[in-house]
Write a protein that binds this ligand. Sequence first.
Ligand SMILES: [Zn+2]
Length: 251
Amino acid sequence: MTEAPTPDDAARPAPYPLPDPATIGEEHHDVTGGWLRPAVFGASDGLVSNFALIMGMAGGTSDPTPVIVAGVAGLAAGAFSMAVGEYTSVASQAELARAEVSRERRQILRDDAQEQAELASMFVAKGVDEDVAREVAEQIHSDPDNAVRVHAREEFGIDVTDLPSPMLAAVSSFLSFALGALIPLLPLMLGITSLGPTVAASLVALFGTGALVTALTDRPWWFGGLRQLVLGSAAAALTFGIGGLVGGITD
Ligand SMILES: [Zn+2]
């Protein structure tokens, strides 16, 4: 049976073409696991920790050699510690995710109908009519691998094709910490024995990393820069004081 086109039908525009799924969400910041955030935080960690360490040593001794040795050791130790911590954390998260995904796969292979109904009920909860939800679930379940992917995403928010790499996380946190830690150390390594350039470079970098972090949020950049400048220099000043106390005792 064909109906005569109504004026309404004639006015209705053609359906909007479906966009490429890979392009959806591109205009948003990566709020889950972008590389920029951890890189900036790693660099900021290295900067604050090594700036404070160098100032603490400089507070306790006027000999530049132990200050430089401590700065180099602090860079290496901190970078290795960050890499190990990051590797373990990301690896165990990925192992947990894989275990949950294989549990889901076993359930789907054991009782496909029940898992289909479960998926359909999740679509109903999102506002889809039950008959449409059941049909979508059935189509998704026609390929078991696809069914596992969709269940993992819907039930525990995991993209099985895009688990983070522990090695990449380790290497990038090593490099970013080392880069931050190098800033207060570099003037000393270049043979400048006065603390002025170390302090100046560190203060500029503190402001820069703080501003960069807030560039990803809706706080003003100068607020983030000043906050990091105040907190980082307080850490360095306190450590300088502690170094002076200990240096005074052992002299
Ligand atoms: Zn399921």
